[in-house]
Design a protein around this ligand. Structure first.
Ligand code: NAD
Length: 479
């Protein structure tokens, strides 16, 4: 049992303003495994005030990028040493299978931190240009106080996509984790203290959405970086638009994996274990629409059903489990609702269905729907669970059309024996990323969405630019 009774604010542990608590419940045992105070608007005000002070008066924005990188390097080293502990904690909180968690919930966040720490040395922080009337210095300055709001599915990853570039840039941060996954941020806060991050540079207040909305609208917050649902992203974007506040939005997805005629089926289907079903299917970029050529439809359906039907579903802390429970009962019921809906819409379950694999814990059977049409709701809406929709296509143009016929535009993939041709097809998909014979999110390449999947990019140098204001300082040419 992990119990915390304070918030990480101003470089120490601050008493909460309210009396509410958040209970963290294991999705596997349905028992309480941790407790933290529930943040209120007053706690957000205290956290923003601390971040504002640290930005306006503290050393952090005034240090050189190299000085900041030195401190972040210490944090990265602690993170690297204690990765396993972080992976186990996130698994306990939200049910990510440990095999995935070690990589996706802990190793990758650490790699992202290390990437931005290293980027500080090579990034162009300032350059000289020749203007019309004389030389111009173009410099990059930190945007200011950042409100970082993250979901429960990949809590450390989504937080680090914001924290690492914001900190390297010289910003200060107020982070609001989801009520489902606050515990991992306490561990990170302990590491930040150990690393010697100056007071108030990062402040953390776990809370619900109304309190999150208070952070978004707070006049002392200069930028909001949000990862979560498209519905919440629209509201947040509207508030930021009204206030002309900088904003980055990483939202939902309904990504397509296109299996081309010449694809090697065995490796393609194996690849879907990660690309389509990572994190129990609770991944924004999961390739949940599988597009198969009609000529090979039966073959793909059989292989996909065999793979998905053969997955080991069970205790996520057990290294052998490939699929764990969903985060909460409401998510289990939501996904089961979609399984019912798919049947009502006329799609055919080819493996899985409504029989729960375990009586206790929020498990759903990994499920594949065959005979799906792209206009069905199970092909259009984000289900956020281990449920795949297999959609037949006629030819390559048809596959590209179906892949692009979505309100979302986050990820995707193309599976083929001819990777060069795969790249050509990937170029035609209107998404922020599209893999060939794999799907991966790399620390040094931009990640984000077209269309309703968001605005802006995280990762890579592009993700650092999102925390910087570019300032031009022109002056007359000297005689
Ligand atoms: P959610 O939108 O309900 O909540 C996400 C976070 O935002 C939580 O911390 C929540 O408390 C807060 N929040 C919600 N409404 C808010 C508001 N109006 N103002 C301020 N804060 C608010 O999403 P969720 O159910 O926690 O997460 C799942 C969603 O996240 C999925 O749609 C998934 O696709 C998306 N996601 C996207 C990415 C990406 O990078 N594109 C990554 C992971 C998850």
């Amino acid at each position: 049992m992990r119990e915390h009774d304070r918030f990480f604010i101003g470089g120490g542990w601050a008493a909460p303003a309210g009396t509410g608590t958040i209970e963290v419940i294991s999705p596997h045992t349905e028992e309480v495994i941790g407790r933290v105070p529930e943040g209120t608007e007053a706690d957000i005000d205290a956290a923003v005030a601390a971040a504002r002070r640290a930005f306006d008066e503290g050393p952090w924005p005034r240090m050189t990028p190299a000085e900041r990188a030195e401190i972040l390097g210490r944090l990265s080293a602690i993170y690297a040493e204690r990765q396993q502990e972080m992976a186990e904690l996130v698994t306990a909180e939200m049910g990510s299978p440990l095999g995935f968690s070690i990589f996706g919930q802990s190793a990758i966040p650490q790699m992202v931190l290390q990437y931005y720490t290293d980027l500080a040395a090579s990034y162009t922080w300032e350059d000289e240009r020749q203007g019309m009337l004389g030389p111009v210095t173009v410099t990059r300055e930190p945007i200011g106080v950042v409100g970082a709001i993250v979901p429960w599915n990949v809590p450390q990853f989504t937080l680090m996509l914001k924290l690492a570039p914001a900190l390297v840039a010289g910003c200060t941060v107020v982070a609001k984790p989801s009520p489902e996954t606050p515990l991992d941020t306490y561990l990170l806060a302990e590491w930040m203290l150990e690393a010697g991050l100056p007071d108030g540079v990062v402040n953390i207040v776990p809370a619900g959405r109304e309190v999150g909305a208070h952070l978004v609208a707070h006049p002392d917050v200069d930028k909001v970086s949000f990862t979560g649902s498209t519905a919440a992203g629209r509201k947040i974007g509207a508030v930021c638009g009204e206030q002309l506040k900088r904003v980055t939005l990483e939202l939902g997805g309904k990504s397509a994996a296109i299996v081309l005629e010449d694809a090697d089926l065995a490796s393609t289907i194996e690849g879907f274990k990660l690309a389509s079903l990572m994190n129990n299917g609770q991944a924004c970029a999961a390739q949940t629409r599988i597009l198969a050529p009609r000529s090979r439809y039966d073959e793909v359906a059989d292989a996909l059903a065999a793979m998905v039907g053969g997955l080991t579903v069970g205790d996520p802390s057990d290294f052998g489990s490939e699929i764990g429970p969903l985060v909460a009962r409401r998510q289990q019921e939501r996904v089961e609702g979609y399984i019912r809906l798919g049947q009502d819409e006329g799609a055919k379950i080819i493996t899985g269905g409504l029989d729960r694999p375990h009586d206790r814990g929020w498990y759903v059977a990994p499920t594949v729907f065959g005979d799906v049409r792209n206009d069905m709701r199970i092909a259009r809406e984000e289900i956020f669970g281990p449920v795949l929709a297999l959609i037949p296509y006629e030819d390559e143009d048809d596959a590209v059309r179906i892949a692009n016929d979505s309100e979302y535009g986050l990820g995707g993939s193309v599976w083929t024996a001819d990777p060069d041709h795969g790249v050509e097809v990937a170029r035609r998909i209107r998404t922020g990323s599209c893999g060939v014979n794999m799907y991966v999110i790399d620390p040094n390449t931009p990640f984000g969405g077209y269309k309703n999947s968001g605005m802006g990019r995280e990762l890579g140098p592009e993700g650092l630019a999102a925390y910087l204001e570019h300032k031009s300082i022109p002056r007359p040419a000297s005689a």
